[in-house]
Write a protein that binds this ligand. Structure first.
Ligand SMILES: NC(=O)c1ccc[n+]([C@@H]2O[C@H](COP(=O)([O-])OP(=O)(O)OC[C@H]3O[C@@H](n4cnc5c(N)ncnc54)[C@H](OP(=O)(O)O)[C@@H]3O)[C@@H](O)[C@H]2O)c1
Length: 292
């Protein structure tokens, strides 16, 4: 199987580079290889490579910056995935794409299911929702996997930010009114790869039969405040922390360019039932992710 992976240097793309090679030949593409805002180049590379599977982990993920770079965000999050889905259809490839909990407005008050009404509050969420629509229109054997609060132990994730703040400040103020499902990038790559492996024999047909939108995130949900407390409790180098007080705060205390949904936890039972895979609890996974 020939696999093209977009977004190789991102949190999720990085993890896929570990989990995919057992499934086939992997051609990993990053920004240095191809700028996704060059839509002709996206089409061209896929026509040339003719893969059996395309996985798109790349995205314009700067939620606040997207408010002032809407056109660029739309190109990368909406147009490029549509072109990938069309190219996949033309070369009979499976297309797996990631979307976001930010397609919802956060007013439902309980975990969102796939059929719930979308109503993004910001440009990032709108661009990702447009991407979903473009994939549905152009695609054939596709999965759109909506996830939430993705973190890794590399780069500038929330986990690393909290660890950094706790080494510089005695008091931390973390918002307690934003609630969702923290999702370890490695778990996301591993569970997606397990799903591919299980359907390996007849991947195109089995994904075509099950095509559509699925929610895929850490099981359960929490606030950023509670998440931060667990991050600090799991810190393998706790003695380096100078933070003594962690205070709950409100989103309104930290105004941002982009509005965020307050409650955007995802109900993932459709994915679990369809593919027979159990998603681990977010807090158990955090412990594993942070174990030395
Ligand atoms: N992070 C979250 O909390 C979160 C929550 C819900 C859903 N998601 C979705 O989950 C997926 C994976 O997220 P992630 O956290 O792994 O994202 P990430 O770490 O921000 O990685 C995104 C990747 O896209 C690449 N990219 C951005 N613009 C590009 C361009 N013009 N040309 C080529 N490559 C470009 C980036 O390249 P560089 O490395 O060069 O910048 C980066 O490697 C995305 O679809 C995202 O929307 C994420």
């Amino acid at each position: 199987m020939k696999i093209v992976l977009f977004g190789k240097n991102g949190q999720l793309g990085w993890e896929f580079q570990r989990t995919l090679p057992i499934l086939g030949e992997v051609i990993s593409v990053g920004r240095d290889d191809l700028d996704l805002s060059d839509l002709n180049a996206v089409q061209h590379i896929l026509e040339e490579l003719k893969p059996n599977l395309i996985i798109n982990t790349s995205a314009y993920t700067e939620v606040d910056l997207a408010e002032t770079e809407a056109e660029l965000a739309m190109n990368i999050n909406a147009q490029a995935p549509g072109i990938m889905a069309e190219a996949a259809r033309k070369c009979s490839a499976v297309f797996i794409h990631y979307s976001t909990d930010y397609v919802f407005d956060g007013k439902r008050g309980s975990p969102y299911s796939e059929g719930d009404l979308t109503n993004p509050l910001n440009v990032y969420g709108s661009s990702k929702l447009k991407g979903e629509g473009n994939i549905k229109q152009a695609g054939d054997a596709y999965l759109i996997l909506r996830t939430s609060w993705v973190y890794s132990l590399r780069g500038n994730s929330f986990v690393n930010k909290v660890l950094g703040w706790a080494r510089k400040n005695e008091t931390l103020r973390i918002v307690s009114d934003q609630i969702s499902s923290p999702t370890w990038a490695r778990m996301l790559a591993e569970i997606t790869s397990s799903m591919i492996a299980q359907n390996h024999a007849d991947l195109l047909e089995s994904i075509r039969e099950r095509r559509g939108v699925y929610h895929l995130a850490g099981n359960g949900y929490t606030s950023r405040y509670e998440w931060a407390k667990q991050i600090l409790a799991n810190d393998p180098n706790r003695t380096e922390q100078v933070a003594r007080v962690i205070e709950p705060a409100l989103s309104d205390d930290f105004p941002t360019l982009a509005a965020r949904p307050l409650f955007s936890a995802l109900n993932c039972s459709r994915f679990e039932k369809t593919f027979g895979l159990q998603l681990p609890d977010w807090s158990h996974t955090l412990g594993l992710a942070m174990a030395k």
